[in-house]
Design a protein around this ligand. Structure first.
Ligand SMILES: Nc1ncnc2c1ncn2[C@@H]1O[C@H](COP(=O)(O)OP(=O)(O)OP(=O)(O)O)[C@@H](O)[C@H]1O
Ligand SMILES: [K+]
Ligand SMILES: [Mg+2]
Length: 699
């Protein structure tokens, strides 16, 4: 067994970077310069206007040097340089946000390694295996992984039980159990088997693994714009066009004013460009894409892999959260705990039939029944082949499983399903069973009724445990205005007991996969945004329908594929963080947009009097800021406009703090801070820059 395959320790692979990590700054500066191409610039129309302004003023500077300028060449150069800085600062903000995601992707790529696999000739343990390079494996191949092996690729366990170290991917050091059947059968490439062995059927082709998808998602975070982002971009473009028209029409006004008075100086094109840049919403235009990228990074930091930016955004507006019970609210390894025989049946007889019904049942429930019968009554496992029995597997629709031995039907399953099954055979269903079933259910356990060829034998109690700390977290969700609904295939009483213990707002019991889907659709029809958390194959259709679909990493491949997020920690209350990150992203975008527009209005008052006082001396009375000179006023506004981008980068990346107060209160608060701040700050900032410029005698 090659020990050289061991993975790097989790701590080094999941290193967290500080906001302005020195390792990120250098590359981001370089990247900011690389992003100066026109195609890249065109992605943000607002910044493209600044970009064109920078080029025009540069050209005008050379014209002025040649003696053909409409104003002093030094002034044009200074404006031009600061416009270029404005563009570069915006590029830098984006590059810095992307740098963080890229670092996260790189640490994931570190997990991808060339591993040799043990390919089996037949999908059966004990047959010979051949060493093949992991990259040669294809969907459908079967492989053996043993203690110490790195699992070469994603797959589904078809035989065996083993403990697996998934810390390289999840950061969680406790090993997890992976076994065939049930909801714990998916294994992820890059994780390591700690004990025992597994036979795994490869479920993907190379390049399509979970790790590959994570990497491409983290790297491509920027590429697709979300619907909200597109709407905002349209608003920003519209504002820019309005200001462009306003600025362009100022020139004839100025020329006309000078002609009419027979004195004064018309406004220069440089000043008009400066004015335009100050008026259009450059602050949000520069920071918009970083806000989106940073949101995805924060998800990743919370150990959630989001495969769609739209889902991250929708998370901020979720109204209803649906959770499946087993494996999501509870630990999910329901274990047989007790046998309750029907009248006239001994406990041993019940155990015997229950074991018979579970011989081929590979679910954790089925296996635990076989084990309990062995422990209690030393009933040895019989061989399915020599019994010539036919296996009837469990399905979420029939809610029963068992075997057929010739014409003899041995079954176990949900009480109502078994009752129907017995009555369909025209046999009596003992009324005493209902009491036992209710007693077991009220404890929050799952009752399975066992029936041997129509004769009801008794009840098996399956115990499950509610995950710790879940109650408080649901209370927190309630305070955020999110309704929690538990959906389960279990009966009403069990569901009610677990719902009460976990503290969910509502529950739906005896739900088939179709019922889960229907419930989601009905909420969506009311215009609500639905989040769903699930782990099982039977949750997959519902996950595919939900707006925000969080699959547990411990769950099945089908669930993970149907969802648009995977929680690496498999924590059902992770949605709290997901919602916070989504809300934070929406709020950051809203706050900075408010700030940006308020800011531009303030600049208008600083620049207009200064720019046109040469044309219309009456404007002097509007000059509330008493800036040193018209040139200094315009220069200061342009510098402020550029610097504010840099000042706000930390806020864009870190996000506005989310508080669990009502939406209206939050909105009021943010408008006050970012709208009010946006109006006041430029007056102070521009005045200070103006004083500094004249103190240094620069204008
Ligand atoms: N292996 C099995 N054999 C027979 N019956 C089973 C088996 N597993 C579960 N059942 C019965 O089927 C019912 C529904 O199954 P299950 O609990 O897995 O549904 P579910 O929709 O996944 O709900 P959840 O995972 O939220 O509890 C169970 O309550 C139980 O009565
Ligand atoms: K601006
Ligand atoms: Mg389930």
């Amino acid at each position: 067994m090659s020990q050289a395959l061991s993975l790097p320790p989790a701590a080094t692979t999941r290193k967290t970077l500080t906001l302005f990590d020195s390792a990120l700054i250098g590359p981001a500066i370089l990247d900011a310069v690389m992003k100066l191409g026109p195609r890249t610039q065109l992605r943000s129309p607002v910044m493209f206007v600044v970009y064109v302004g920078s080029i025009l003023t540069t050209l005008m500077y050379f014209q002025a040097v040649a003696g053909k300028g409409d104003t002093k060449s030094g002034f044009i150069l200074a404006i031009s340089v600061w416009l270029w800085f404005t563009v570069l600062f915006a590029n830098f903000a984006e590059a810095l946000a992307e740098g963080r995601s890229k670092a996260q992707a790189a640490s994931l790529r570190g997990l991808k390694q060339t591993v040799s696999a043990k390919q089996l000739a037949t999908p059966k343990y004990g047959t010979t295996w051949l060493p093949v390079p992991g990259a040669d494996l294809r969907k459908g191949n079967t492989i053996l992984v043993e203690a110490g092996d790195v699992i070469p690729i994603d797959g589904e366990v078809i035989e065996g039980v083993a403990s697996v170290d998934e810390s390289a991917i999840t950061g969680e050091s406790a090993p997890v159990i992976r076994e065939s059947g049930g909801d714990f059968s998916a294994v992820t490439g890059g994780t390591r088997v700690l004990s025992d062995w597994l036979v795994v059927r490869v479920s993907v082709n190379p390049g399509e693994t979970f790790l590959d998808r994570m990497i491409s998602m983290v790297e491509g975070a920027r590429r697709q714009k979300t619907p909200n982002e597109i709407a905002l971009s349209i608003l920003l473009v519209a504002l820019s066009i309005v200001f462009l028209v306003v600025t362009v029409t100022l020139l004839p006004f100025s020329l006309f004013g000078v002609a009419a008075a027979g004195a004064g100086k018309p406004v220069s094109v440089t000043v008009l460009i400066a004015l335009l840049v100050c008026l259009i919403p450059t602050t949000i235009g520069a920071l918009l894409s970083s806000i989106g990228v940073a949101g995805m990074s924060r998800m990743m930091g919370a150990n959630v892999i989001a495969t769609s930016g739209r889902a991250v955004e929708a998370a901020g507006d979720v109204d209803v959260l649906l959770l499946d019970k087993t494996g999501t609210i509870t630990l999910g390894n329901r274990q047989a705990a007790a046998f309750f025989p029907a009248p006239g049946v001994s406990e041993q007889e019940l155990a015997d039939v229950a074991q018979l019904a579970s011989l081929a049942d590979e679910t954790p429930e089925g296996r635990s029944i076989v084990v309990l019968a062995k422990q209690r009554f030393n009933i040895r496992e019989r061989d399915m082949a020599s019994l010539q029995a036919k296996f009837i597997p469990f399905s979420a629709n029939t809610r029963m499983s068992g075997i057929d031995v010739g014409a003899r039907q041995v079954r176990k399953g949900a009480a109502d399903s078994v009752k129907k099954h017995v009555e369909a055979l025209g046999l009596p269903y003992p009324p005493e069973m209902a009491r036992t079933v209710d007693d077991v259910s009220r404890r929050g356990s799952t009752p399975l009724v066992v029936v041997d060829d129509g004769r009801v034998m008794g009840v098996v109690e399956l115990k499950d445990i509610v995950k710790g700390g879940i109650r408080e977290r649901f209370a927190q969700l309630r305070r955020m205005g999110i309704k929690t609904v538990m959906i389960t295939g279990d009966n009403r009483l069990t569901a009610a007991a677990i719902a009460a213990e976990a503290g969910v707002d509502d529950f739906l019991a005896e739900a088939t996969p179709e019922d889960k889907l229907k419930l989601i659709r009905s909420y969506q029809a009311e215009g609500r945004l639905v989040a769903m958390t699930g782990d099982g194959t039977n949750d997959a259709p519902a996950l595919a329908q939900a707006d925000v679909a969080v699959a547990m990493n411990s769950g099945t491949q089908a669930a993970k594929e149907a969802g648009n997020m995977v929680d690496l920690d498999s924590n059902p209350t992770k949605l709290l963080e997901i919602v916070e990150i989504g809300k934070q992203m929406l709020m950051t975008r809203g706050s900075l947009t408010t700030f940006s527009i308020a800011n531009d209005i303030a600049k208008y008052f600083a620049i207009i009097p200064a720019a046109f006082v040469g044309t219309y001396p009456q404007l002097k009375s509007l000059d509330v800021m008493q800036l040193a000179s018209p040139d200094s006023a315009i220069m200061s506004a342009v510098i402020f406009n550029a610097l504010i981008i840099v000042v706000l980068i930390p806020l864009a990346l870190r996000g506005v703090r989310y508080r669990a107060i009502g939406a209206a209160a939050l909105l009021r608060r943010n408008i006050l801070i970012y709208g009010g701040g946006g109006i006041v700050l430029p007056f102070i900032g521009i005045k200070l820059i103006d004083m500094l410029l004249s103190a240094l005698d620069l204008v």
